[in-house]
Design a protein around this ligand. Structure first.
Ligand SMILES: Cc1cc2nc3c(=O)[nH]c(=O)nc-3n(C[C@H](O)[C@H](O)[C@H](O)COP(=O)(O)OP(=O)(O)OC[C@H]3O[C@@H](n4cnc5c(N)ncnc54)[C@H](O)[C@@H]3O)c2cc1C
Length: 385
């Protein structure tokens, strides 16, 4: 499978080339100095422990520090959002309002369409819009420049940019994407914005874009409501199925792995895959993204029943006479609402099972990344050795 092959291929490079060259966006087809593992981490085909373990098998922790920190940034964002789900709810509400505004305000619609179609006249920005739509991937530096130009030069609402990313990125993730856009806009790390700078673009695209003109020269933080109170990472009830129960496994758009099955000695009588992408945006998801995730699900569980509605899961549970459904924990995003719908039905009871690594790491995402980072050595000792 591509994910494990790519990890094996990349692990030896994770130190020298990554540390030196990770900030260079050399263009589509040349992103070799970064791992390109994010679509697989996003779907939990691999988790942070798998990647850290493979890297630490070939490099010492000190020299792999830069790469490992990036890998655990994702965990940090996930844990941060689990403790402030209202931030996602607010983004969703803003998006509904902006969807309406795009339909009714022709000035906004024209600007938004030009940005999404790569037709703004800003050469690197237009290039990245096209690269994203064509490939489903953008280099991290390009994501930062793109988001900055979207917000501070084009003066488009950040939520519409986050939505454009979420519809087209193969790794589009509710927590990582929303919080990264908020970070660029200066509302995540309060007051700290990211300004795209022409000389920085020229240097780190290796001269592909020179003499970029017309970019904003200042980036004042946007206004935003105060952060909601932090709440604990949700507790989940332990699985307590009868030994002879007919258990079904429900995989979904936020987790395609079920590493807990072996430990719990459960062999499901049937497996289903619930796709919840359609609820991510008021606009259509890129077909490439849904197809990519479905293909991954087919690789993992070729015999699975595929559905994109909770009703489809209810039918599957009934047809297989299930006593119980177990499912990987659904983090903040679109899957929890679909699971809540199931719970509200008279379908077989549903138990979510969270990975130990997430249960251990997420509560540490209380404040900034640097506080979280202090826990990484312990997490590595516990999960990646
Ligand atoms: C505006 C914006 C939006 C983003 N949206 C997403 C998104 O929807 N989904 C997503 O997975 N990443 C997102 N990122 C983070 C980052 O750009 C990608 O994770 C990274 O570029 C993926 O490429 P890679 O696997 O080659 O990364 P590598 O550099 O090889 O890093 C290895 C892994 O570390 C993690 N990682 C790396 N950089 C970051 C980061 N800045 N934040 C969190 N985790 C990171 C990823 O899981 C990645 O696969 C966004 C960043 C920005 C600035």
């Amino acid at each position: 499978m591509f994910a494990t092959a790519r990890l094996a291929d990349f692990a030896p490079d994770a130190v020298s080339n990554y540390t030196r060259l990770r900030n260079y966006d050399l263009g589509s087809g040349a992103h070799n100095h970064v791992s390109r593992l994010s679509p697989y981490l996003r779907m939990k085909i691999l988790d942070e422990a798998d990647v850290s373990r493979a890297v630490l098998a070939q490099n010492d922790a000190r020299s792999a520090d830069k790469f490992l920190a990036e890998v655990w940034w994702r965990t940090y964002w996930k844990g941060w959002m689990e403790q402030r789900p209202a931030v996602w709810a607010q983004y969703r509400a803003d998006l509904t309002r902006l969807h309406n505004a795009v339909q009714t305000q022709s000035g906004l619609r024209q600007k938004w369409e030009a940005a999404c179609l790569g037709d703004t006249g800003i050469a690197p920005f237009d290039h990245w819009a096209n690269e994203l739509v064509e490939t489903g991937y953008l280099h991290n530096h390009a994501r930062m420049w793109f988001a900055s130009i979207w917000i501070f030069t084009l003066k488009l609402p950040w939520q519409l940019g986050a939505d454009f990313f979420l519809r087209h990125l193969l790794d589009g993730d509710a927590a990582v994407n929303t919080l990264s856009w908020r970070w660029v806009a200066g509302i995540q790390t309060q007051g700290k914005t990211y300004l795209a700078d022409p000389s920085n673009i020229e240097k780190f695209t290796d001269g592909r874009f020179t003499d970029v003109r017309g970019l904003a020269t200042r980036a004042d933080p946007l206004d935003a409501p105060p952060l909601p109170e932090r709440q604990p990472v949700p507790a989940i009830a332990p699985y307590s199925g009868a030994p002879d129960a007919r258990v079904g496994l429900l995989l979904h758009s936020d987790d395609l792995g079920a590493p807990f099955l072996a430990k719990m000695k459960i062999t499901p009588v049937s497996t289903a895959y619930l796709s919840t992408e359609a609820a991510q945006s008021p606009w259509n998801m890129a077909a490439k993204v849904t197809a990519f995730r479905r293909d991954l699900a087919r690789d993992i569980a070729p015999m699975a029943h595929f559905t994109d509605t909770p009703e489809g899961v209810i039918d599957w549970a009934r047809d297989n006479a299930l006593d119980q459904i177990i499912t990987p924990y659904a983090p903040v995003g679109t899957t929890p609402a679909a699971l809540a719908h199931l719970r509200g039905s008279d379908s077989a009871p549903l138990t979510q099972i969270r990975r130990d690594i997430d249960t251990a790491a997420w509560p540490h995402a209380t404040a900034g990344f640097f506080k979280f980072r202090k826990h990484i050595p312990d997490l590595l000792d516990r999960f990646a050795r």
